[in-house]
Design a protein around this ligand. Structure first.
Ligand code: AHR
Length: 498
């Protein structure tokens, strides 16, 4: 393959990278909360019932914003069921996933876990079966000082100081016919406006995420977003978008080109935000919150999504391979390339349910998609630069023309971070990185993720087939960085410059 020449210029800046684009998502779904994180009888459980081994595996991923408690679950959730003495909390039916919810984990447990893990809680209110008043009561419970009804409940539960949670989602996927309480856009907009006003009246510091289109496949795509944004006006700080991708036909090249359509989805959503801002002559524009994204296509049928009345059933337990990890890196590259508009993004989800970490009894497995986060997390601070790529590419039947090497870059403090995916299924990719107005002086660090085939994955029996490794063959000469990326690989590197 011919060389791919990447030119980066410190003056060609896209925008500051918001650390919240490296967020996660924890839903009361399957074995995510119960068994995955909270399992008091497990040998790894700490005194609060959380699995120490899972928390230790999550820590290096350095998630920022953590969305909770759903997802579809949120649209039937009543937060008051999840507070107070555990033995008095009701056991209820969760209609979203046809499961049993014991409410043993609720707001207080989640907030305290978030503090331990350095996550920023991102709460999703129930606009499916809940009311705007229930939502504002939740804000009062979390954020108001002692002295009023719901704040006093928090105090009575042992937490005197307000939690000051400033990021709230106005429901979940309300455009989806599967959603509990799904309604047309104008009806959702009215409900969301009522909730938003009551919530901001309770605590003006909060930021709100309106439900946008949860997939480009719905017929309401874009029109839903226009209606919602126009109606909510300045009450919407962000609009959400979701995306789950898959490779049901086994075409790796095509699948890896999906980044084109992620870029496109972001740009379309940004276009509707700008359109509404222009139409309403507003000084305020809504930014994008990509609050669910991942690869998810194997565990989608009823046997994987219907809990059949069980507690902590095995649901959405997707097993990930190398190509999935490269697609996850493609999502992250796309968010970085759109740092000016994408301010929050949440990998769905964090454990057992479409997750980088799987548990089996007392065991724990790191799936392939764990590693991109490990490689990006220490390199995420700074300003996204616009990469100019000259190199070979290919035509994907589904997504159009792409470069073989998908790239993003972040200018840090006296260092440059570059993330590259070689999508070629049969050829290594020689790469040169040039830095305009400066010369690279050396390589600070580099890692690679690759494997024997696109389908290779980690299993409980062979857990270390695919792991990130040191990448030592980067040459820095005459101010230019040169290396050869193996077939189907992700490289993350940090270069110093003068
Ligand atoms: O993340 C799994 C589910 O996918 C979420 O509950 C829902 O919002 C989406 O459809």
């Amino acid at each position: 393959m011919d060389s791919t020449i990447i030119r980066l210029d410190p003056y060609h800046r896209i925008g500051e990278v918001d650390p919240r684009i490296f967020g996660g998502f924890l839903e009361h779904l399957g074995r995510a909360v119960y068994e995955g994180l909270y399992d008091p009888k497990n040998i790894h459980a700490d005194e609060q019932g959380f699995r120490k081994d899972v928390l230790s595996a999550l820590a290096p991923m350095q998630y920022t914003a953590m969305r909770y408690p759903g997802g579809n679950f949120a649209s039937g959730y009543h937060w008051m069921n999840g507070i107070g003495a555990r033995e008095k909390r009701p056991v209820v039916q969760d209609l979203a996933w046809q499961s049993i919810e014991t409410n043993q984990v609720g707001t207080d447990e989640f907030v305290h876990l978030s503090r331990r893990m350095n996550w920023t809680p991102m709460m999703t209110i129930n606009l499916g079966t809940g009311t705007p008043e229930e939502a504002r009561n939740w804000v009062e419970y979390c954020n108001s000082p002692a002295g009023t009804l719901h704040a006093n409940m928090r105090v009575a539960n042992g937490f005197v100081e307000p939690y000051n949670l400033t990021l709230w989602c106005l429901g979940n996927e309300m455009d989806g016919p599967w959603q509990l309480g799904h309604v047309p856009a104008d009806q959702y907009a009215i409900l969301a406006q009522q909730a938003a006003k009551l919530m901001k009246d309770t605590d003006p510091r909060i930021e709100l995420v309106a439900c946008g289109s949860c997939t480009p496949d719905l017929p309401t795509y874009m029109e839903w977003d226009r209606v919602v944004l126009e109606y909510l006006g300045p009450l919407a700080d962000y609009i959400s978008l979701h995306r789950y991708v898959g490779n049901p036909n086994g075409g790796t090249s095509d699948f890896l080109a999906v980044t084109n359509s992620i870029d496109r989805q972001i740009e379309e959503m940004d276009a509707v935000c700008r359109y509404v801002q222009a139409r309403t002559r507003s000084n305020k524009r809504a930014f994008l919150c990509f609050d669910e994204w991942n690869v998810w296509y194997r565990a989608r049928e009823a046997e994987h999504t219907n809990g059949r009345g069980a507690f902590a059933p095995h649901l959405l337990e997707e097993e990930y391979n190398l190509e999935d990890a490269l697609v996850v890196a493609g999502f992250l590259n796309s968010f970085i390339r759109h740092a000016d508009v994408v301010k929050i993004a949440n990998l769905a989800q964090i454990v057992n349910v479409i997750a980088p970490i799987l548990t089996r009894g007392n065991e724990l497995l790191l799936q392939t998609i764990y590693y991109p986060f490990l490689m990006y997390a220490p390199r995420r601070a700074g300003t996204a630069l616009k990469p100019v790529i000259n190199g070979p590419g290919y035509d994907s039947p589904m997504y159009g023309h792409v470069d073989y090497v998908d790239t993003s870059a972040i200018l840090g403090d006296a260092e440059l971070h570059v993330f590259l995916v070689n999508r070629s299924i049969d050829s290594s990719a020689p790469v040169e990185i040039h830095f305009e107005h400066a010369k690279f002086s050396g390589l600070k660090s580099a890692e690679i993720l690759t494997g024997p085939s696109a389908q290779a994955r980690n299993t409980f029996e062979q857990p270390r087939q695919i792991t990130s490794q040191k990448f030592e063959i980067v040459e820095v000469e005459d101010g230019v960085a040169r290396f050869e990326m193996p077939t189907l690989s992700l490289v993350a590197l940090t270069l110093s410059f003068t």
